[in-house]
Design a protein around this ligand. Structure first.
Ligand SMILES: *Cc1c(COP(=O)(O)O)cnc(C)c1O
Length: 233
């Protein structure tokens, strides 16, 4: 199968899963953005997906992202940074991405704010550590409200919601629980500080249905979209 046939087929499969899940939840499927989590995928394969209609790409590693952005600079992909944030990378990230999903410290937020180019608003999400796994990044649900309040005062950042990277679970009802908690926490933060966060970046290959059921607006799919990582297909 050609890359282009493969890309169309895979894209349709994921869009179909999103549509079914949205219908079940009586939600508008248009309100759910598909982000291709493209780490360790071949750039020509990624290009086929972009040509087939994929508009958003998520990247975990800055250097890998920059070389892909270079190779795809004739397309109008929206780039999302979804990996761990290091302070020495904040300048390039603020310049080269539209969205940052993995914000979890005020220090990093301040650096991103300082490095955001004039005239740009960096769209950000706070990563919530829903399973108490500090190594994975994310702020604890307890500390999230204060951090929301602080970040929302930085003038070059626009805080849009939360991102979740839960432990892999197989049970649908268990998958839903952490997603539901994040949605509720976002509502609480909105009320407490008069914020208008509205985005939930949650749902990956094996839990997108549960995420859509709980109000996800951004789904990050790697494996079930592009195929296994580290191959050229
Ligand atoms: C790799 C990755 C994904 C996609 O994971 P799959 O299980 O391959 O769909 C989503 N979000 C983040 C933050 C990732 O690192």
């Amino acid at each position: 199968m050609s890359n282009s046939d493969y890309a169309s087929r895979q894209l349709n499969k994921i869009r179909y899963r999103i549509a079914i899940a949205a219908d079940k939840a009586k939600r508008d499927r248009q309100a759910i953005t598909l982000i291709g989590a493209a780490k360790q995928q071949n750039v020509e394969l990624i290009r086929s997906f972009v040509v087939a209609g994929l508009q958003h790409l998520g990247e975990n590693y800055l250097n890998e992202a920059l070389s892909k952005q270079d190779a795809l600079d004739d397309t109008d992909v929206t780039w999302h940074f979804i990996g761990k944030l290091q302070s020495n990378k904040t300048k390039a990230i603020a310049q080269h991405f539209s969205w940052v999903h993995s914000l979890d410290r005020f220090k990093i937020a301040q650096r991103l704010n300082a490095h955001t180019p004039v005239g740009k608003k960096l769209q950000t999400l706070l990563q919530i550590d829903s399973d108490n796994e500090p190594g994975k990044g994310g702020v604890s649900p307890k500390q999230a409200p204060v951090l929301c309040d602080q970040i929302s005062q930085l003038e070059n950042l626009c805080l849009r919601g939360f991102m979740l990277l839960p432990k892999p679970r197989t049970e649908f009802t268990e998958q839903r629980q952490s997603f539901a908690s994040a949605r509720e926490l976002m509502q609480q933060c909105n009320q407490r500080y008069g914020l208008r966060m509205e985005h939930l970046s949650m749902g990956m290959s094996n839990d997108l249905e549960a995420a859509v059921a709980e109000g996800s607006t951004m789904i990050r799919i790697g494996t079930d979209l592009f195929g296994a990582r580290g191959h050229t297909k």
